[in-house]
Write a protein that binds this ligand. Sequence first.
Ligand SMILES: [Zn+2]
Ligand SMILES: [Zn+2]
Length: 152
Amino acid sequence: MTSYFEEHNCEPLNDNPNTPDNLLEFARFLILTGNWRDEEFSGLFNERPPPPTSSDFIEKLETMEVSKEETGSSCPICLKGYEAGETISSLPCKHSFHANCLLPWLQKTSSCPLCRAELPTSDPDWEEMKRQKKREKDRETDIEALHDSMFG
Ligand SMILES: [Zn+2]
Ligand SMILES: [Zn+2]
């Protein structure tokens, strides 16, 4: 049986590890099929992964001990129900997790595991990039508001 790629006469992907051809091929496929979404995929190419959450911030996270009344809900990371006596931490977005489950996550990245709300880091470059992004977004919102006031 011939493979899909043989039937369609595709060039095999270059497997030189120094050129991320797989990603580029994937990107090209998405563009060709109309599925490219800048905001979702540009991150694959241009942005570095988020740095860990600031340790100051982690230390000051709101934590509480699970009481008997709260044992109905469960931790979105390990999916286990909260048990009385366990410690849970809440993020500013109001999502809460076992402290023991949340900590390793925040030490790797700086967003809420559930809603991806961004959290403070201690990386000045990253913080500057976030500020720039916010400024761009504010500008877009301004332009939209202006557009709406003119044509709305
Ligand atoms: Zn958990
Ligand atoms: Zn959240």
